[in-house]
Ligand binder design. Structure first.
Ligand SMILES: [Fe+2]
Ligand SMILES: [Fe+2]
Length: 645
């Protein structure tokens, strides 16, 4: 009985030892390829490392069962399994052949396998293309069967492990090999051969499994249990951690590669050049803009200068406006923080005619004799630092230019820097002001000359008019009165100063031709006969003839010829009507008739202003230009109001 019980126990223990996948110390032995990077491989310190090593650690943690991972050459690893030295083998592909005697776990890692070929041979598109070559392969690799299915004529050379295949390829002994892609990438990168070999067609896509002999099938279910406890994302992370190196590139003809590389460098060069160029262009644009702005400023100044210069060349410009413009240009030309003073000299007295850009209006101020003497001594452009005169005016420095014409000084142009300014005048500014001053002096000379000429003409005209008045007693004061009213009308019509001047002179001289009319007719007491009147009627023609003789009066000739024309065409000497009659003549005709109305004659009394208005009203549009008649009436009415006050 005791023996029976012992036999039973012994059988049970034996059965347990055979049937149980796990050893008594709660661990399992699994053999693995020692040369299957990045899943399992021996590092420089001789330690087994890789994805599978970490994977089995995770598995152990989940199951509480230790895994003894034994690295071995692939052929030897398979032998160890068959000899029962280990419970399972890792990293093994499932093939129909192997399924005959092995049980496989669930798939663990997906792996593809490809043909690799040297860049010196032509492109390999399919497994059929490798027939002429010796193909390196690891002994016992499942890939052999798969490749033979696709090309039965492959000429293999067998190696103990992947490292040997790679070294053989490196030494040029083989041009083609087949390998799982992860170790291929690992080794080609490690040996710096990534650009020497291309990755050809994929032979096979499979999963790494764990497998055991059929009689140890239960260990697979233990492994599967553990596997199902490891989350997929942990496996992903693990794969990511070991993702390394570069993918072996697919076939890429060398020449194209060179073209791409050269192209890339050309592009890089072009981009850099473009960048440099655009920087330069940007810089140049900036400089150009500054230059443009400067130029624009200069052009604006120049325009201002030209406009003002042409303004000051107008001899009709009043002295004050002339001075003001001169100051403005001077300030602009000196381009400093200055203000300007224009001193007007009359004999030995000085006065401020105009001041510009100064905060007080000192225009019209008479300069004291003491201060004036300082200025009057100056004959040429002079820079006066901290002037001791004109103490009431804020001055740090003064550039003073005497405006001179034919040795006579007419005034002084001064540009002044105020006390608070940090600027100072330099040689250059003195030169500029002197040159500009010379131009101004010339303009001033012209103004003086014209003024003197006008005085001379005026004297001559007065002489002529006085002669006429001596000759014709009724015309006494007539010409001046006609001139006075004609100018008033012209001003009301807003005529330009030049035209008003012409009307003035023409009015004074309009009857000068009467000098040709016998005195007996001119001074006759009583009404003129028709004959006498015909003689009188020649006087406008005679006036014209006289004025034509003198250059200065030539342009007045036509005006005086028509001063007896009527708006309705019934006048003399040419019977012109309406706008055929020069405007100046129509104005003088109106003014002349008004003076005749309001003057006493031996045969008639003088009309009152009111009567004259009625008379003009009556003849508006007949004798007189209606518009001018209206203006004349307005002027007379203003005179009536003036008289009454
Ligand atoms: Fe007349
Ligand atoms: Fe007259």
């Amino acid at each position: 009985m005791k023996l029976k019980v012992f036999k039973c126990l012994f059988t049970l223990i034996i059965f347990y030892l055979i049937a149980s996948p796990i050893s008594s110390n709660n661990s399992i032995k699994i053999v693995t390829d020692r040369d299957y990077p990045p899943f399992t491989y021996i590092d420089e310190k001789g330690k087994l490392v890789g994805i599978s090593v970490e994977f089995w650690n995770m598995w152990s943690e989940k199951t509480g069962i230790k895994v003894e991972l034994i690295p071995e050459e692939w052929i030897k690893a398979q032998n160890m399994l068959f000899e029962g030295k280990v419970s399972a083998i890792d990293e093994i592909f499932k093939t129909p052949e192997r399924e005959k005697y092995l049980v496989f776990s669930k798939p663990v890692f997906k792996v593809t396998s490809s043909i690799y070929y040297h860049k010196s041979i032509s492109k390999i598109n399919s497994p059929k293309d490798i027939t002429p070559f010796i193909v390196g392969v690891k002994r016992g690799d499942a890939l052999i069967d798969f490749l033979l299915l696709q090309n039965p004529y492959v000429n293999f050379r067998f190696y103990r492990n992947y490292s040997d295949i790679i070294l053989s390829a490196k030494n040029g002994e083989i041009k083609v090999f087949i390998m799982d892609d992860p170790p291929a990438s690992y080794y080609l990168t490690k040996h710096d051969m990534i650009y020497d070999f291309f990755k050809g067609p994929i032979i096979y896509t499979n999963y790494l499994h764990v497998a055991s002999l059929k009689n140890k099938a239960n260990i697979i279910s233990v492994i599967n249990d553990g596997l199902s406890k490891i989350p997929q994302e942990d496996i992903e992370k693990l794969l990511e951690k070991y993702s390394f190196g570069k993918e072996v590139p697919p076939y890429f003809p060398k020449v194209i590669l060179y073209i791409v590389i050269v192209g890339f460098f050309i592009l890089l060069l072009a981009l850099s050049y473009n960048r440099i160029l655009s920087l330069k262009v940007r810089e140049a644009t900036k400089e150009l803009k500054i230059a443009h702005d400067n130029l624009k400023e200069q052009i604006d100044k120049f325009e201002f200068f030209i406009r003002n210069i042409s303004d000051i060349s107008d001899v009709n410009l009043k002295d004050y406006d002339f001075a003001k413009r001169v100051l403005r240009i001077s300030i602009l030309l000196l381009d400093k923080d200055t203000y300007g003073i224009f001193f007007d000299r009359n004999m030995d007295s000085l006065r401020i005619l105009a001041i510009d850009r100064y905060d007080k209006n000192l225009e019209g101020l008479l300069i004291s004799k003491e201060d004036g003497d300082n200025i009057l001594n100056i004959q040429n452009i002079t820079l006066i630092k901290e002037p001791s005169f004109l103490k009431d005016i804020n001055m740090k420095e003064m550039l003073l230019y005497p405006i001179k014409w034919q040795e006579r000084i007419y005034g002084y142009l001064a540009c002044v820097i105020p006390k608070e300014s940090t600027y100072s005048f330099e040689e250059r500014e003195a030169e500029i002001l002197e040159r500009f001053g010379n131009i101004i002096s010339a303009f001033y000379g012209i103004r003086v000359h014209i003024r003197e000429r006008e005085v001379y003409l005026s004297k001559m005209v007065t002489l002529l008019v006085k002669t006429l008045e001596y000759y014709d007693k009724y015309t006494q004061g007539h010409s001046e009165r006609v001139a006075k009213y004609a100018v008033k009308v012209a001003e009301k019509l807003d005529l330009p100063p030049e035209k008003i001047k012409k009307i003035y002179w023409a009015s004074l001289l309009h009857d000068i031709g009467k000098i040709y009319v016998p005195q007996s007719i001119l001074n006759k007491n009583g009404r003129l006969t028709q004959e006498e009147f015909e003689i009188i009627k020649i006087h406008p023609i005679k006036s014209e003839e006289i004025l034509k003789q003198v250059d200065e009066f030539k342009d007045l000739a036509e005006i005086v010829r028509h001063h007896h024309e009527r708006w309705d065409g019934l006048g003399y000497p040419d019977g012109l009507s309406a706008y055929e009659i020069p405007l100046e003549s129509r104005i003088i005709a109106m003014s002349d008739a008004f003076d005749a109305m309001t003057s006493e004659r031996p045969y008639k009394r003088a009309m009152t202003l009111e009567e004259a208005i009625l008379e003009i009203e009556k003849n508006k549009g007949k004798q007189f230009d209606p518009q001018i008649a209206e203006i004349m009436i307005k002027i007379i009415k203003e005179e009536i109001i003036e008289k009454n006050y």
